[in-house]
Design a protein around this ligand. Structure first.
Ligand code: HEC
Ligand code: HEC
Length: 342
């Protein structure tokens, strides 16, 4: 390994990227390894990390206050937010604050978390600074150690891990004044985080446009055994063991996953469970189209005009507002979380 140290000006982070869909797509074979539980810091930081982990894998404990459907964060950010190509938390943490077209402003990490509560969880987000957001940020921060310092972060012992304040944790790691860099520099590491595996890597749009009828066939052959013939998932003791893909307990019409392209990327790299990359790009796109042609909870940004909501927020990325099986999707969607707007 080259012993070369980065010039100090590299401590400046790159210009804030404009992003709506995530800027991903590079293939890679090596990914940052998330820390092991032996590297869990003692004291308050460790307790926050553990609580954040627990909310992430069992988000139902945050229902009904913040979570309005049957999902857990881990259903889409797999392996407890550690899996590359499944929007891992370690990459996300080092990518905020960042501009998001979705709300047209620079988002701190906690605001990005709020977004998944509102849309993916069909819920009401905890308010800024809430302990729930602190704990989830602490968990993401802890996982992100591994992305720093050309591997130096991954080698840190629990006692070496810098202890941030709550306000620092909520910001995210992509900023000029990220307060933890000196530790990595002192240990000989570069400050540029290594982020291959972020998001769900893009696949090219296939030759034929996505097709609901073909997608239904893929669904019935490859997905129905776990997710059910009505996309309702499967429950044991009133807990989902296989998550719902549409219907009242799934993500709503504002979520990233209801974009056909985003769902196709996720499905291609992560589904069927245990068989990633087994579908062709065409099959992934078709089955994503089929999921997207089923109804789900309303887009929380809907103000009474489906066409307008589609034009303003959906473009051509979803079937929302279009006619499928003689019905306009969105006209009779399931309700949003009861606290919406409070
Ligand atoms: C239904 C699937 C789904 C669920 C459930 C879900 N998310 Fe997400 N999440 C996404 C998608 C899709 C994206 C990428 C968004 C995009 O491309 O617009 C994302 C993005 C994120 C990001 C930013 C990733 C990055 O690299 O910028 C964070 C952080 C995040 N989610 C946290 C959470 C948390 C915390 C929960 C639970 C409270 C959660 N998500 C639940 C689908 C989901
Ligand atoms: C062997 C069972 C199994 C099969 C087959 C399977 N899935 Fe999944 N799927 C899961 C599980 C389990 C999760 C949640 C992953 C987790 O929590 O780690 C999931 C998550 C998902 C999600 C994100 C969560 C949600 O509820 O929206 C989507 C979308 C999805 N699957 C689509 C598909 C599609 C499309 C197929 C067929 C091509 C498929 N799955 C096949 C078990 C399966």
């Amino acid at each position: 390994m080259a012993a070369e140290k980065p010039p100090l000006k590299n401590t400046k982070v790159a210009k804030l990227a404009i992003q709506d869909e995530l800027p991903v797509g590079k293939s890679a074979t090596e990914f940052p390894a998330a820390p092991s539980w032996q590297q869990l810091p003692s004291g308050e930081l460790g307790e926050k990390v553990l609580r954040g982990y627990s909310y992430f894998v069992n988000s139902q404990q945050l229902a009904p206050k913040y979570v309005g459907n049957g999902l857990n964060c881990v259903n889409c950010h797999m392996d407890a937010g550690k899996k590359e190509n499944a929007a891992p938390l370690w990459a996300a943490y080092m990518s905020y604050p960042a501009y998001r077209k979705k709300n047209d402003k620079i988002n701190a990490f906690q605001e990005r978390l709020q977004g998944c509560f509102l849309y993916s969880m069909n819920g009401t987000p905890p308010i800024m600074g809430d302990d729930t957001l602190v704990d989830l940020s602490a968990y993401a921060y802890w996982l992100a150690q591994a992305t720093l310092g050309n591997g130096v972060g991954a080698k840190f012992t629990a006692a070496d891990i810098p202890v941030p304040t709550d306000a620092e944790l909520l910001q995210g790691g992509k900023r000029d004044d990220f307060p933890f860099m000196p530790a990595y520099l002192a240990a000989g590491g570069s400050t540029t985080p290594v982020l291959p595996g972020r998001g769900y890597p893009k696949i090219d749009e296939p030759t034929l446009p996505g097709d609901i009828t073909r997608g239904k066939v893929v669904y019935q052959q490859q997905c129905v055994a776990c997710h059910g013939s009505n996309g309702q998932g499967q429950q044991v003791n009133q807990r989902y063991v296989f998550p719902p893909l549409w219907g009242p307990d799934s993500y709503n019409w504002g979520a990233g996953m209801q974009r056909v392209n985003t769902a196709a990327y996720f499905i291609k790299h992560n589904m069927p469970l245990g068989m990633p990359n087994s579908l062709s790009d065409q099959e992934a796109w078709d089955v994503a189209s089929y999921l997207d042609s089923r109804d789900r909870p309303q887009d929380p940004r809907y103000q009474g005009d489906i066409k307008q909501t589609r034009r303003q927020f959906h473009g051509n990325t979803s079937y929302y507002g279009t006619e499928v099986d003689g019905k306009i999707l969105g006209n009779a969607s399931y309700p949003n979380h009861p606290n919406k707007g409070q």
